[in-house]
Every structure is written in structure tokens, then in C-alpha cells.
Design a protein around this ligand. Structure first.
Ligand SMILES: *Cc1c(COP(=O)(O)O)cnc(C)c1O
Length: 400
């Protein structure tokens, strides 16, 4: 019997919707690409996007910026992180997160991950006690939300400020509260691999007027903050405008125009992602040697990627699973590889940070497989993918 082969492309996103293309062409025809180059009576696409996004997540204020990394950097700077300060963050995340900490010359303190792929709250408490950190840059890595109520209790009672990295959770929620709305700031990315696509881009939300005034000045508002819609009133800028440097990182009207129709489609897209996710999850459940990550009832997920654990598997065997799947067209990323490759670098490859030991994270990442689920896949594709992975995991076990 010949083996099933999958022929889909794991990095092929959907085209930009026609409405977004038309909006982008209109911006180009106007020549007004800079966010503050607006025509009389028109706030421009960036200000409108900020208002749309603030409304979507129920935030008072929103700022659109150049990237998700920029959003995190602006948040860290706005809360007053200074050179040499320690900042808590996840041991399991991706390079822009410790990179944002390093960009303000602060020092990442990595916290362990659990088998739910969320931050280990016990280790967080311990590191709040043993470090000097007063800020947590919390990464909802691969869309997994920890018990946010418990996390906020821990951080609030210790006086630790929470900044959320929601690059993988735009559209998700914990216990009905949108991701990014528990901490002081929520940071999002609109890069091509995230949930809405403008090539590059980021969004920052908060309810704190002073914090948003600082972030707005940082982004490079040239004293034109009165042209924003989802910004605090001008009086909040009275002092802040003199003492906050311009570290240009604005979004432009072209990207905002591309994003607004996609934002309107986000709930429908989330439903499509989750259909793919649940299909793969069901197809893999009850595979001997493979553990699906059970999602808590309080979590509203966005299944744009899926992770599974192969607990206790050897490096050679997991490499064989990855190779077996790859030969059949299924691209898995292994987070246990010793060398960083593509998007899968890990905490011990960020050597600008002080060396740290995270034995639980090491153990979990050694058996962790990760896969994107682009919306160009159908649920039939998702079922085939699950069948191939299941097959390859079982064949390793049979060979062993
Ligand atoms: C993509 C990503 C970001 C933001 O990245 P940008 O490329 O700067 O928009 C932040 N955190 C994680 C975990 C990411 O994957």
C-alpha cells in the first residue's frame, strides 16, 4: 500500500482580500501614505485602524506601529524599564521577545514552561522573589494562554507590571477577556505569519492614558497626537511631550488600509483556523507515545498552529519522525534541536542574555513538535496531515 503524501504549502497564506486591495490602491492614488499626511476632514487609515482595534478588544487606547517587536519595545520603555534592569519573560518564546528586552539594554530573566506550553506560575513566583525584576513581558507563545486570573494575582500582589505579547493570540481570550487586556499593555503583530497580514506591523493597546501618551510620543508623533482617534486627550501629553524621545516606528496608511478589512474578517478567520486545529487534534488524539495539549475550557483559542508532545522520545527518534513527515509533505518544527533554524530558536541560543538553566523547559522542548495551519488548507487537508503524523509516530514506535 502506497503511503499518503500531502502536497500543500505550509507557508502559503491566503491572498489579501479584494476590499483591502482596493483600499490600498485608494491610499496610493491619494499619495498620502504617511499617517499624518491626511486630507482635511479625513483622519486617515491608521487612526481608523487604531479605533477599530481598540473597539474590537475593548481598550481605551490603541497605537499602530511598525512591528510587534516595536510595540513591545515601546511598552517596555513607556513603563520605565531602564538599562541594566531585569525583565521576566518566557523561556519558551521566539526571538523578538528577548530581543525587545535587549533593545532597551535590559536583561531577560527566563521563566520555565509547563506541559500546557504556558508560563510556569510557580517558577514565576520564585523568580519574582529571587530577581530584581518589576516587569513581566509575558509571551502567549503559539497561542497558549495560562490561567490569566492567577497570573495577574501573582503579579499584582508582587507589584510586577505585565506586558502581554499577543503575537499569537490576536482574536483569542481567557475567560471572556480578550488576550492583551489583562496586563498594562497588550502588544500584537500584523506580520505575514500572524492573524492579520500587512507584511510588517504592530498594535499596542492600554487603558492607561499616560502610558499611551508616552508610547505615542515614542512612536514618532511629531506633536500631531491630536490627529489620533484612539489616543488620550491632549492635556495628558502636556509634560510627556517634552521628556519623551521620538524613536520613529509609526505605521503608514497603506498597511492600515490593508489591515482594516482583515480585522473585520477576523472572527470568521478564527472559526476557520479552529476547524483545522480541532481536525488535526482529533486525528492525533489517542496516538500511543503522542500527547495532545489539552486546551482549558476558559481559553478561547485561535488555532493558527498546533503543538504536540512526544514525551521521553530520543533525539534520534524525533528527528526520524520529522524526516518521515517531511518526506510525506508535512513540515514539523522541532524545538529541541541544538542549533537555531528558521523560526525555532530557543533561550539557550540567545547568548546576549546571561546563561540560565531551565531544566523543565529543556525536557519539554526536547519532545515538542510544532506545525503551522495556514488558512489555505482545508479540513480534509488537516485530516490527511494528522493521519501522516500519526503514522510516522507509530512507525517509530514499531521500529523501536
Ligand atoms: C512574530 C512574533 C512577535 C512580533 O514580531 P514582529 O516580527 O516584530 O512583528 C512577537 N512575539 C512572538 C512570539 C512572535 O512570534
Amino acid at each position: 500500500m502506497s503511503k499518503t503524501i500531502f502536497t500543500g504549502n505550509f507557508t502559503q497564506q491566503e491572498p489579501i482580500p479584494e476590499a483591502a486591495i482596493e483600499a490600498a490602491v485608494a491610499v496610493m492614488r491619494s499619495g498620502r501614505l504617511h499617517r499624518y499626511n491626511t486630507a482635511p476632514g479625513d483622519d486617515g487609515e491608521v487612526a481608523k485602524l487604531e479605533q477599530d482595534f481598540a473597539d474590537l478588544v475593548g481598550a481605551k487606547y490603541c497605537l499602530a506601529v511598525a512591528s510587534g517587536g516595536y510595540a513591545m519595545g515601546a511598552a517596555l520603555r513607556a513603563v520605565g524599564v531602564a538599562p541594566g534592569d531585569e525583565v521576566l519573560t518566557n523561556g519558551f518564546t521566539l526571538a523578538p521577545v528577548p530581543g525587545a528586552i535587549a533593545a532597551v539594554n535590559a536583561v531577560p530573566v527566563f521563566v520555565e514552561v509547563t506541559e500546557a506550553l504556558t508560563i510556569d506560575l510557580e517558577d514565576l513566583s520564585a523568580k519574582i522573589d529571587t530577581s530584581r525584576a518589576k516587569v513581566l513581558l509575558l509571551s502567549h507563545m503559539r497561542g497558549h494562554l495560562c490561567d490569566m486570573d492567577r497570573l495577574m494575582e501573582i503579579c499584582d500582589s508582587a507589584g510586577v507590571i505585565v506586558i502581554e505579547d499577543c503575537a499569537h493570540t490576536m482574536g483569542g481570550a481567557w475567560n471572556g477577556v480578550p488576550s492583551g487586556r489583562h496586563g498594562l499593555f497588550g502588544c500584537y503583530s500584523t506580520q505575514t505569519y500572524k492573524h492579520i497580514n500587512s507584511g510588517e506591523g504592530g498594535l499596542l493597546v492600554t487603558d492607561d492614558a499616560e502610558m499611551m501618551a508616552r508610547a505615542t510620543m515614542l512612536s514618532g508623533s511629531y506633536m500631531l497626537f491630536e490627529r489620533h482617534r484612539a489616543a488620550p486627550p491632549p492635556e495628558v501629553f502636556a509634560e510627556i511631550k517634552y521628556v519623551t524621545p521620538n524613536v520613529s516606528g509609526r505605521m503608514d496608511n497603506l498597511r492600515a488600509a490593508i489591515l482594516r478589512p482583515q480585522l473585520a474578517d477576523l472572527p470568521a478567520q478564527v472559526a476557520r483556523w479552529n476547524a483545522l486545529y480541532r481536525t488535526v487534534e482529533e486525528g492525533l488524539r489517542n496516538t500511543p507515545g503522542l500527547q495532545v495539549i489539552e486546551r482549558p475550557e476558559k481559553e478561547s483559542i485561535v488555532g493558527s498552529s498546533i503543538q504536540v508532545l512526544l514525551p521521553g522520545i530520543s533525539a534520534a527518534n524525533i528527528e526520524a519522525v520529522v524526516a518521515g513527515c517531511k518526506a510525506r509533505g508535512v513540515e514539523l518544527k522541532w524545538f529541541g534541536a541544538p542549533e537555531p533554524s528558521a523560526f525555532t530558536s530557543r533561550y539557550d541560543s540567545w547568548r546576549y542574555a546571561p546563561a540560565q538553566s531551565l531544566p523543565e523547559t529543556d525536557r519539554i522542548l526536547t519532545g515538542l513538535l510544532d506545525m503551522r495551519l495556514p488558512l489555505t488548507f482545508s479540513t480534509e487537508d488537516a485530516a490527511i496531515i494528522a493521519e501522516i503524523i500519526r503514522d510516522e509516530v507509530l512507525s517509530i514506535r514499531t521500529a523501536a
